[in-house]
Design a protein around this ligand. Structure first.
Ligand SMILES: [Fe+2]
Length: 190
């Protein structure tokens, strides 16, 4: 079943929060986690800006909110670039990490309490579903561009994605590593 745009966006937000927790609690996995965070954050933001925000601005007559949200995406990307730029075992990393995580959490709160409810009110359920398809296609394209499937990029996810592709599992680009592992197991059982 096709998931609507609001469900897909919220799902990405929860995945991002899980990754933030791991980033803070499992230091040895930081380089791998940062790659996954970068791919998801970028794919999510571009898909949102290109497929969801224009519809929201038009329907809710709120250009200013959307401009503000887009600026926050860029700010988050800059903070992440600064984070990737320092030693993952340094104190500086902890400071920059806190700054990045706080900025993204603030943006997520605003989106879930204001932007997404306004979208649902303005366009209705059917349109939110259509936007879900557009969001998910754009996001998948961006993940591929990001080399999410390339050797060495994101090892665990990469192996699972290859296996999911062999097994013909649709929606695989929208799944996180745990969901992929589950879908692969299910497909193997038949
Ligand atoms: Fe956003």
């Amino acid at each position: 079943m096709v998931k609507d745009a609001i469900t897909l966006i919220t799902q990405d937000h929860r995945r991002m929060e899980q990754l933030f927790d791991q980033l803070q609690s499992v230091p040895e996995q930081r380089p791998y986690l940062l790659d996954e965070i970068e791919a998801i954050l970028t794919a999510h933001s571009r898909a949102e800006e290109e497929e969801v925000y224009p519809a929201t601005a038009e329907a809710a007559h709120d250009e200013a909110q959307i401009r503000h949200s887009t600026e926050e995406h860029h700010e988050a990307e800059q903070l992440l670039a600064r984070l990737k730029d320092c030693d993952p075992n340094s104190e500086e990393f902890d400071d920059r990490c806190r700054e990045f995580v706080d900025a993204v959490k603030h943006h997520v709160d605003e989106e879930e309490s204001e932007v997404l409810p306004a979208l649902r009110r303005a366009v209705g359920e059917e349109r939110v579903k259509e936007l879900g398809i557009a969001f998910s296609e754009r996001r998948e394209q961006e993940l591929q561009r990001f080399n999410m499937l390339a050797p060495g990029a994101i090892p665990k996810q990469r192996d699972l994605l290859e296996e999911a592709e062999r097994l013909g599992i649709g929606d695989r680009a929208d799944m996180n590593a745990d969901e992929l592992a589950e879908a692969v197991q299910r497909a193997k059982r038949g």
